[in-house]
Design a binder for this molecule. Sequence first.
Ligand code: GLA
Length: 386
Amino acid sequence: MINHIHNLFVEKFNREADKFYFSPGRVNIIGEHTDYNGGHVLPFCIDKGIFCGVNRNKNQVINIFSENYPLNGTIKIDLENLTFKKHDIYSDYLLGAIKELKKANCLIDHGFNICLSSNLPNGGGLSSSAALSLLFLVIFNDEFRFNLTKLEMVKMAKAIENDFIGVNCGIMDQFVIMFGGKNYALFLNTKNLVYENVYLDMKDHQFVLINSDIKRNLIESNYNKRQSETQEVLKILQKHFAIDYLCDIKAEDLDDHLAFVSDLTLKKRLVHVVTENHRVKQAKFAILENNYDKLGKLLSEAHLSAKDNYEVSSLVLDEMVELALQANALGAKMIGGGFGGSILVLIKKEELENFIEIYGNLFYKKYSKKFIYSLISAKDGIKQID
Ligand code: GLA
């Protein structure tokens, strides 16, 4: 891949890139929609992501080309005539990054050539947008020696989504893409941003990622609606309890809190957030105890809750999870925001061949096509590569 991005850069800009970067996608083992409710999450980075070549140029223009969006050609961003207007294309994340940096008095005063190539399925729920935002921030921070800390860049990347793109997401994706490490899942408390690296002993087990091929865009989905519903529940409960976030509620106190919420939909949202946060903690212990049967069960429970309580799944994702269980998976769930994207499946390594065959057959019977999968493990976060 490094050769590929190297050659692509030369082809587009007629010179060599000075630096190369890789910004990965992520999966979340468990803890969906808890990160904007002050809860825990358990994601890791994967080996698919965005490859990037970059060099400085002598003018005031950033030229950016993405192999994944060839029809956009080379987009030119004129630093002397900047308008922070969204165009609903990938370069919006670059504009958002420049805007955030400007707010922090970090000025970009000369141009670049940037070339991108991603092997993350677009809209696959693997967080390509957080990978992109962080990539730009890291490049500029390196180039201009802004001395931003990793955490500052993580927060800026989240602000790009929240304030510029318009997705009211939490901090999970940006955080793990920056801090994720090989063989570890990151157990993050999104309330205080304290995290632990949880070693994933995958000697006997395997995570499989299966793409639903349903592309989704969080802006157009009900993601922001779910976020505002949880804020509504929080406001109701804050009249009676001293809580800052829904995830301050312990699972054993859930019923006491539910009693104060009359709306059925809001009740379901509350059940999901509180039980899911509890499941993340149980999942961490299951991993530490090497109890992957238990971990699998938690994954499947998480999926059911995302489907029935939080209503962020989709028919195809539900069917795919069901097929995975029929093919002897230990557990399976949708990942990320939902409404499409991918599912994460946990299986025993010795079952791998069987699983692929049985799942493949079931999938073909149902959808008359081959399923798209990858075997994944925890990899490093964003980094410069040579
Ligand atoms: C998206 C958001 C994250 C998180 C997940 C759901 O990936 O970007 O902040 O809320 O959905 O867990």
